[in-house]
Design a binder for this molecule. Sequence first.
Ligand SMILES: [Zn+2]
Length: 290
Amino acid sequence: MYSQAIAQNLGDLCAYYLHFACLILIITHTRIPLTSDPQMDSMTENPSRTDVAYRALRQAIIEQALLPGTKLPEDQIGAHFGMSRTLVRATLARLQAEGLVDAPAKRTSTVARPSLDEARDVFEGRRALEREAVALVIKRWKPEFGAALEGHVREENAARDRRDDRVAIRLAGEFHIMLAAMSGNRVIERYLSELVSRCSLILAVYGRPHSSECAVNEHSAIIAALRERDAEKAIHLMDHHIGSVEQRALLLDGTGSEADLGAILSRYPGSPEAGPGVVALKPQRRKGSK
Ligand SMILES: [Zn+2]
């Protein structure tokens, strides 16, 4: 009996380590494309179009121009970017892998609408990774990091001053992605980028409309602590900052609305021959409406 129990435990332990090893393999070998992925592109018939469509849709979602729940019909996206349904599906699958799109079988894909539980999980995961990123940045600190971060904060302030909400939201997220890149840990950088994008969706559902909820002066305080190479202070400030963002974000239960997809996407680099020739997308009609 005793040896049987040991064998069972050993079996479980092996299964656990096998699972863990697989996870590490997936993390190190799966490339979730955040910007351009030449490996994936080379497998598709028209790499530039899928990449352009992916970036435009991703940016429109992060900037909250396309709100959670917005329908993303394959035919309209295909017409807009001049690509086949197969390529549209591949593009939507990339966005789905990053948690930005819901693509249920046999139904029109939509911009993802995170549940409250999911939103809390995303913020919890983000806080853990942001703490780690800050600690790593301090270990590798260079004066150039400070100059780059301060330059970014100046851009954030300028976007706010000219009330450019879309750009302000994107820049606020990019501050955190920039820090993650400075950590030198590619896994942290990739997953933090994904979580920052998903936070933008959460803000679109639960926060005030068109808000990043990132206080720019809090970004400046974090930079000052990084410059002092005071890890304890920088981690505390980052933790407090993300906590405040979460608190401000999860205030309201927002509602997504039907959007004029074509009009929204026309503000983004649409297709390789973007310009007057781009096919405009028509807004989706509700069932029963004329
Ligand atoms: Zn922030």
